[in-house]
Write a protein that binds this ligand. Structure first.
Ligand SMILES: Cc1cc2nc3c(=O)[nH]c(=O)nc-3n(C[C@H](O)[C@H](O)[C@H](O)COP(=O)(O)OP(=O)(O)OC[C@H]3O[C@@H](n4cnc5c(N)ncnc54)[C@H](O)[C@@H]3O)c2cc1C
Length: 388
């Protein structure tokens, strides 16, 4: 199997240990109760993982895309909701870290590295849906403050995170892709109104809720980067980190489905043959097909992550392809697992049912599979990814 560098292997091992000690035993209750996985996230914070993308001089690990792929896969194998909340926290952390001022470093990044602060992304809006890079939330500068008005949808860790990395435009720029500005909004700010509780089909612990911003006043110092240049964030930070973080989570789900059926086939035998199902050639063949699909998607994801970390100009192609492929793989592999798991695994609250439900979000979470294939196809045809 693949060799990781010692520092990434160490992070993978920490994630694996916390996952088997805490995440695995919480996953069922998180799913069934639709509970935000506070205990699991606290355990990750105590293990020092929340600062994966915080620079080392601020106490973090200073890691890039490959580490994110490896860590989120390990977490996704045990609790997809925790892995997704961790992934969103990591993408938002990277957005803050990318153009951090000394104020952002002390206010957000150091507490994140110390496990005292969870952040997340609030980009999507009801009006523009999958086109998360076209916000209609408005900001107006008033003295040294910025006042925000608008609506966000599907904010993971909504109502629980300490801060929200949020996009907004000045009046008059509502439908202009990429001219938005990013701000960090602290969860305690007056005027943040959370909509109804998240009742997802899968990813049930995510707390991915709607948010109304009603004249939310924040210091202008909470702005990230310079005003209106945020298409840079979309393609340099948000998309790569989102894509790799989510690809890791869904790879973990697929691996968990494979682990579940492998255990079933090794343990289950019929009295009339006395043989374990693992000895049946057609079943071994199907397990092989699942493994090939998972491993191929994993290698594409890690290849894309390595290109992204190296700043290779070909990285966007591999990144767009990776999440589209992982989404197709995980929905297919969880379905194959359900076929091989037999009636014993066809249980409403069973592990495979949870994995299958969680897997369905892979296509619809931005960048969606259709949008990724549009970006990939346009890039291959020599066109800019965004366009008519
Ligand atoms: C579990 C979960 C967690 C999430 N967490 C976050 C989060 O933390 N932060 C955040 O900002 N967002 C988050 N989102 C939002 C997510 O990233 C998407 O923005 C959202 O799911 C898009 O949903 P929609 O209903 O608006 O889709 P719609 O825009 O209604 O799209 C429906 C379908 O049509 C396709 N489609 C639409 N227009 C086109 C087109 N022109 N060409 C091709 N295909 C098209 C889409 O690809 C999609 O498959 C989350 C979503 C989910 C489900």
């Amino acid at each position: 199997m693949e060799h990781l560098t010692p520092d990434i292997e160490r992070l993978r091992q920490i994630a694996a240990d916390v996952s088997s000690d805490v995440l695995a035993s919480n996953a069922e209750v998180v799913d069934q109760g639709g509970q935000w996985p506070e205990r699991s996230l606290r355990a990750l914070a105590e293990a020092g993982l929340m600062g994966l993308h915080v620079p080392e001089h601020l106490g973090g690990h200073g890691k890039g895309l490959l580490a994110l792929a490896v860590v989120t896969e390990e977490l996704g194998r045990h609790c997809s909701s925790t892995a997704m909340c961790f992934g969103m926290h990591s993408v938002a952390t990277k957005v803050v870290a990318s153009k951090a001022t000394p104020f952002h470093e002390e206010r957000f990044l150091r507490p994140i590295a110390e496990g005292r602060h969870i952040t997340t992304l609030a980009l999507s809006e009801p009006g523009t849906g999958s086109f998360f890079f076209i916000p209609r939330t408005k900001f107006a500068v008033e003295g040294n403050d910025v006042v925000l008005d608008g609506e966000k949808s599907f904010v993971t860790s909504g109502g629980h995170a300490d801060s929200y990395v949020l996009s907004a435009v000045p009046p008059g720029f509502e439908l202009d892709p990429g001219t938005f500005t990013c701000f960090v909004v602290e969860g305690s700010m007056p005027g943040l109104k959370w909509q109804q509780e998240w009742q997802g089909f899968g990813m049930r612990g995510n707390s991915s809720r709607g948010l109304r911003l009603d004249r939310v006043r924040i210091p202008e110092a909470n702005r990230l980067g310079s005003e209106g240049d945020q298409i840079w964030y979309v393609f340099e930070v948000v998309a790569p980190y989102f894509i790799i973080g989510m690809s890791g989570v869904y790879l973990g789900i697929a691996q968990a489905a494979l682990d579940t059926v492998t255990a079933h086939l090794k343990e289950r035998s019929h009295v009339h043959t006395g043989e374990q199902l693992s000895a049946v050639p057609i079943l071994a063949h199907q397990v092989a097909e699942m493994w090939i699909r998972v491993e191929r998607a994993r290698q594409l994801t890690r290849h894309a992550a390595r290109l992204g970390d190296a700043g290779d100009p070909q990285a966007p192609l591999a990144l767009f392809a990776a999440k589209a492929d992982v989404a197709e793989m995980v929905t297919a592999v969880t379905q194959m697992a359900m076929m091989l798991g037999g009636g014993r695994n066809y249980s409403k609250d069973g592990t495979l049912a949870r994995l299958m439900r969680d897997a369905q979000a892979a296509h619809i979470m931005s960048p969606t599979t259709q949008i990724l294939k549009t970006w990939l196809g346009r890039s291959l045809l020599g066109l800019p990814p965004l366009g008519a």
